[in-house]
Design a protein around this ligand. Structure first.
Ligand SMILES: [Zn+2]
Ligand SMILES: [Zn+2]
Length: 304
């Protein structure tokens, strides 16, 4: 849904110096706008009416929760920490899982997501940052997916092109995302709770929540909170962002040390993504977890 320009962008590799500069005039992406409006209305209007009239059985709630968590962690653990930052290595079943359920979040392919995210880190708070907070809270949250971002390319993710699974998900992104995002939740959802439940909960509300959770990193985590590690960056640490995003809201730390597999660096910091990576490592499904030394973190820490 949000990937209309991917293949076109990939075909012509532009001059990286001008890549992803935000245009002064917006070209609107009406399919993306329509998609976001439909899932927003379904979640905020139709889901409460459905809950009031029918409620959810335990099985219906459990399936919704599983699908929401699988899609959400596939973005934070997979698209973000594994693919965009190479913060650890993962065995192929983990990579397949996060590519499958990451596709279900409709946030582009892992390659496209990582290309944009690496630009965000490299050019934070400038016109070359695809979700530049200086263009306003709404733009950084969701406005940027409603307009064309010109000329971003794949020159900053050549490492990912070596993984055949990642490349397959990118080349056949529509197939992956429609099977994982629509077909499977619709069929299993209809079997568990009927078509209305299937459309509203494991599809519409789940996509709405996972998308907005990711968007909060670019809006809330660049607006509210403290900057204990780098006060030149707009990235901030805030408990609300932390709760809404599986622990990604320690964003000031993350911008200072993007390759650390942890975003919440203390053991008591709420960072379920970090705990999941640690558990995968214990199971032999992840390895090479990058950790910045305590000394470097201590040296970078200051109070405002
Ligand atoms: Zn950021
Ligand atoms: Zn990042």
């Amino acid at each position: 849904m949000l990937q209309a320009t991917d293949s076109a962008s990939r075909a012509q590799l532009p001059d990286p110096a001008t890549a992803a500069e935000t245009p002064s005039k917006f070209v609107y992406r009406w399919w993306s706008i329509g998609f976001i409006v439909v899932i927003t209305v379904a979640t905020l209007v139709l889901c409460p009416i459905y809950l009031w009239r029918y409620g959810l059985t335990k099985a219906e709630f459990a399936f919704f929760l599983f699908y929401a968590l699988a899609s959400s962690f596939s973005i934070t653990l997979g698209y973000h920490r594994l693919f965009s930052h190479a913060a650890f290595k993962a065995a192929w079943p983990v990579r397949f899982f996060v590519l499958f359920f990451g596709g279900a979040a409709f946030e582009k392919s892992a390659m496209a997501w990582s290309a944009l995210h690496r630009l965000h880190h490299r050019h934070t708070d400038t016109d070359r940052d695809p979700y530049n907070i200086k263009r306003g809270f709404f733009y950084a949250h969701v406005g940027w997916v409603m307009v064309e971002i010109p000329r971003y390319d794949y020159s900053n993710i050549r490492d990912l092109a070596r993984d055949p699974l990642v490349v397959h998900q990118d080349r056949h992104y529509k197939l992956w995302s429609h099977v994982s995002g629509f077909l499977v939740p619709l069929l299993i959802g209809a079997w568990i709770g009927g078509w209305a439940y299937a459309i509203l909960f494991p599809v519409a509300a789940r996509i709405f929540l996972v998308l907005n959770s990711a968007f909060c990193i670019n809006s809330i985590a660049h607006t509210f909170g403290d900057r204990p590690h780098d006060h030149h960056s707009s990235a901030r640490d805030h408990w609300l962002g932390v709760l809404l995003t599986n622990g990604e809201g320690y964003h000031n730390f993350h911008h200072r040390f993007p390759r650390d597999y942890r975003n919440g660096v203390r053991w008591y910091h709420w960072d379920p993504t970090k705990w999941l990576i640690w558990m995968l490592a214990r199971l032999g499904l992840a390895s090479d977890l990058n950790r910045v030394s305590d000394e470097r973190i201590q040296n970078s820490t200051h109070h405002q």
